[in-house]
Structures are given as C-alpha cells and as structure tokens.
Design a protein. Structure first.
Length: 292
C-alpha cells in the first residue's frame, strides 16, 4: 500500500499549485507517496501546463468547479495511500513534513488526524486550527472579545495559531494541511458536498469528534501557508459563500440555534454598518433564507 496520497485542488492557481508540487517533489524523502491534483475546470491553462511539466503526478480534470469538498472527495476515491494529506494549493512543504506526519501517526494509532504549525512566508505564525463555532463565539464577537481577548482567542476563536510547544488536542484543523487516516475519512464519507467552500473542514471534524476520534496539532512540523492566495480567483463572492456555509453548518449541527445566530449576526452587522458601512446583514438574511 502507498504510504501517503497528497491531494491538491486547483482552480485557476496554476503557478501556486506548481510551486506547491515543486516543494513536495524537492522535499519529501524516505516515504512512498503519490500526488493527485484535482482541477476544478480552470481556464488558465492549468491542465496542459501540469501535464507537460509533471509526468509522475495524477491529474484529474473536473468538468465543473466542484468547490473544495467535492473535489477532494474525488481525489480521495482515487487515492491509494494509507493516509491522505489534503493541501491547499497555496502551501509550501519543507523540512520533510509529510514524513514527520506519517511517523507521528504511525507512533500514535489513537490519533485520527493531525496538522502542523502553519507559517506565513515571513516566518510568523499563521492560523493552524480552530474551535468549533458556537453561539457563545458569535455573541463575543459583538464586542465582548475586546475585553476578554485571551479567553476568546484560546477557547472560542475559529482561527487559532499554534502558540504552544507540545502536541495539543484541538477541535478542527485548518483545511490547508489535513493529514488523516484514509480509513477514517472513508468511514465519514468524506467532506459534505453540500458545502462548496468554508466550514467544510469544520463539519468534517465535528462529525469525526462525534464518533470519538481525536485530532492533534504538532507544533514542531512547519508548513508555509500563503493565506487567501488560492481563493483570489473565485468568481462568487467570498462573503456570500461564507454565510451560506455558516448557516448550513448551524442548521446541520445546531438547528435550534438559528434564531439566535441570526440575531447576533444582525446586531454585529448593525455595528458594522454604523462604523464601517459594511452591509453584511443583507447577505446574512438572504443566505439564511436560501440555505437548504
């Protein structure tokens, strides 16, 4: 069996994806791996470029832009590895991170999934994991987090940096670098394909936790993540996709919380309109109504 299947979704990020692939080919040693690239109907010449440049990777061309979750699910179905490593196209692998992940998981069979310490290109820490979204989190975001920043950052925030020196159990791992046992991923039926983008990893890890699986961040494994670069080419509004996915997640996992979620979002949006002229609330109301 192959040790690791590395899965990368590409959507008009030809150069970013190429840089990611190059880093893998240059860095990883002492492990059997394969690279699977899922192209979501790019129009930047990605397919021809990858086929000409790389002869050793598997390239799957999707007829439409399937989004993050569904494309990764397709990659997982073609994967032969014992483990899956889902990488964003805007990541750079170094320090033989894939081998380190593999060894950690082999040494700790009780762990279902793990991630590393994501870093900006300048060496500063980037967001690596998050707490599961709750009504308390959104209530704090109305204004309380300014007064209880330390508590909010550690216990509530959906975007956390690995500010610790030893492995830590967390709620969910940032989708930029999810290293997961394929058997566990298959048991969960992969990502929820109703989610096009955002909250797909949150939902996956929520379901994973409900089945008793644990996930760990290893702060000694560093990966560069050029945050947001892989999503610049989306035609759909990021905020629209975010709100659609957020309300879908809550309807799925906390159906009795929708009214309060909308109320907190309404209050927060009024604050945004007053101080920043941000009409987020219009999108919120539309997507809470239109979400299935």
């Amino acid at each position: 069996m192959m040790d690791v299947s590395i899965i990368i979704v590409n959507y008009n990020t030809k150069q970013l994806t190429s840089n990611c692939i190059d880093s893998i080919l240059q860095d990883i040693t002492d492990i059997n791996y394969e690279i699977i690239v899922l192209d979501n109907a790019s129009n930047d010449g990605s397919i021809d470029f990858f086929k000409e440049k790389y002869s050793s990777i598997q390239i799957i061309s999707n007829p439409y832009n399937y989004g993050f979750g569904k494309a990764n699910n397709i990659g997982a179905k073609h994967a032969k590895g014992k483990y899956l490593l889902f990488l964003n196209s805007d990541t750079i692998i170094n320090e033989n991170a894939c081998l380190k992940f593999f060894n950690k998981m082999e040494e700790n069979p009780e762990i279902a999934s793990c991630g590393g310490n994501l870093m900006h290109a300048n060496g500063l820490k980037n967001i690596s994991y998050g707490n599961f979204p709750t009504l308390t989190m959104y209530f704090f975001e109305i204004g309380l987090k300014k007064f209880f920043d330390s508590y909010y950052t550690k216990e509530l925030s959906a975007g956390c940096k690995a500010q610790f020196d030893i492995p830590a159990k967390i709620d969910y791992i940032c989708g930029a670098d999810i290293f997961i046992r394929k058997a566990v991923f298959d048991l969960l039926n992969g990502f929820d394909e109703e989610i096009f983008l955002y909250f797909e990893e949150t939902d996956l890890f929520k379901r994973m936790q409900e089945k008793g699986f644990s996930s760990i961040i290893f702060p000694d494994i560093n990966i560069i993540h050029l945050s947001g670069q892989s999503t610049k080419t989306r035609k759909q509004s990021s905020s629209n996709l975010y709100y659609r996915s957020k309300f879908y997640y809550f309807k799925k996992h906390h159906p009795n919380s929708i009214f309060l979620l909308l109320l907190f979002d309404f209050i927060n949006s009024l604050k945004m309109i007053i101080f920043k002229w941000d009409f987020t609330i219009i999108k919120s109301i539309y997507y809470i109504i239109s979400t299935k």
